[in-house]
Ligand binder design. Structure first.
Ligand code: CP3
Length: 355
């Protein structure tokens, strides 16, 4: 394994000094890039991109080739690979997002769910990780990821995306023990899946809790954060002689930053509704912060984008412990040049905060 040529992303996650603030974008490989759309057309569909290591590697590299200032690569895959490996039958209907052939509705359905083996059942993801690591050749670190148990449960119980999580919330309040069994199985699955990614070469991991912010404070603690804490305590935290930082991203979790900061992770991902400076004061020295420009700022002109980057850098202030990112994934309608303006602005304007 080669040494890293650019490790400022890993250093910032551990609050070690850096020359400029590192930057990457959630969903940086995706439909806003014409080269991604061409690869997807060649592969046939989205899941074929994920299941073929060469394709997954090709699309992971596309944003790095276009924007050489990116400080991290993220594995090209999806959070729904775990429910698929549990036998739910994932498919994508164009324009409608993810769907499952089987839906989880009863305690018996939950009891029947297997815990996937990362090598046997998700070997295609492990192959993608090792193929991308080889191709990166130490250029930047590779991020592995998974969904949080709660977020995965919403897709499994609803059978796809949902606006109000009606079935999942009904299950939570009607039969909390059944929900706990599902979340516990998912936490075991996520732990071994992320450890598999780390052993295959992922140098940091992020847990996407996209729908945790939709819970009441009490339910968030019991049904989302508790399981993320359990996962974090089971992860491999050092590999190849380096720390493997863990990032927890609860979208709309701004109310609970203090308790999320106590879950044992190295960094918290923030959406754009929190003020970064205030978040820094609230979490103190416990964790680094990642975020948090509103992704819709990328619809505005490059000058407006640069102004917003400067405002966010100033809000964090001096010193390490900040990884610049969007507050959620980049959307398909963004012009690639606008993403480029965002990425360059972070390095251009952040040096003054690291003297
Ligand atoms: O960040 C990256 O570049 C890595 C790739 C990545 C994808 N999905 C690729 C993808 C990551 C990290 C994800 C995570 C993911 N997937 C989340 C959590 C992050 C978030 O956005 O909150 C969720 C909730 C999913 C589930 C999912 N996958 C949905 C709801 C959809 C359809 C909606 C959409 O954006 O189209 C997907 C499909 C998907 N995953 C695409 C990509 C690039 C689009 C598929 C296509 O090419 O048509």
């Amino acid at each position: 394994m080669t040494d890293l040529k650019n490790d400022r992303f890993l250093r910032a996650l551990l609050k070690q000094p850096v020359d400029v603030t590192p930057v990457w974008m959630m969903r940086q490989a995706g439909r806003y890039l014409p080269e991604y759309r061409a690869s997807r057309a060649k592969a046939g569909d989205f899941m074929s991109l994920c299941k073929n290591a060469e394709f997954a590697c090709e699309v992971t590299m596309q944003p790095l080739d276009r924007f050489p200032q990116l400080d991290a690569a993220i594995l090209f895959s999806d959070i729904l690979t775990i429910p698929d490996a549990m036998g739910q039958g994932l498919y994508f209907e164009t324009g409608e997002g993810p769907r499952f052939k089987k839906v989880v509705s009863t305690l018996a359905d939950i009891e029947a769910l297997p815990i996937p083996d990362p090598q046997k059942d998700l070997g295609y993801v492990m192959n993608a990780v090792s193929t991308i690591r080889k191709e990166l050749n130490g250029r930047v670190p590779l991020i592995g990821f998974s969904g949080s148990p709660w977020t995965l449960a919403t897709y499994m119980v609803e059978g796809g995306s949902s606006k109000d999580f009606r079935k999942t919330k009904a299950m939570l309040y009607d039969t909390p023990q059944a929900m706990h069994l599902l979340l516990d199985k998912l936490a075991q699955s996520v732990t071994s899946y992320l450890n598999g990614q780390i052993l295959a070469g992922a140098q940091a991991v992020q847990i996407f809790d996209t729908w945790g912010g939709n819970l009441s404070s009490a339910a968030y603690q019991e049904f989302s954060l508790a399981y993320m804490r359990k996962i974090v305590s089971g992860l491999i935290r050092e590999h190849e002689g380096r720390k493997v930082p863990v990032i927890l991203f609860t979208k709309n979790g701004g109310l609970w930053l203090e308790s999320i900061a106590d879950a044992g992770a190295d960094a918290l991902g923030l959406d754009w509704t929190c003020d970064l400076g205030e978040a820094r004061r609230r979490v103190g020295n416990k964790v680094a912060l990642q975020g948090n420009m509103d992704p819709t700022v990328l619809y505005a002109n490059p000058e407006a984008i640069r102004t917003e980057v400067k405002r966010i850098l100033a809000s964090y202030g001096n010193g390490s412990g900040h990884v610049f990112n969007l507050g959620h994934g980049i959307t398909p309608e963004v012009k690639p040049e606008h993403a480029g303006a965002f990425i360059s602005a972070v390095h251009e304007f952040s040096g003054q905060y690291h003297q």
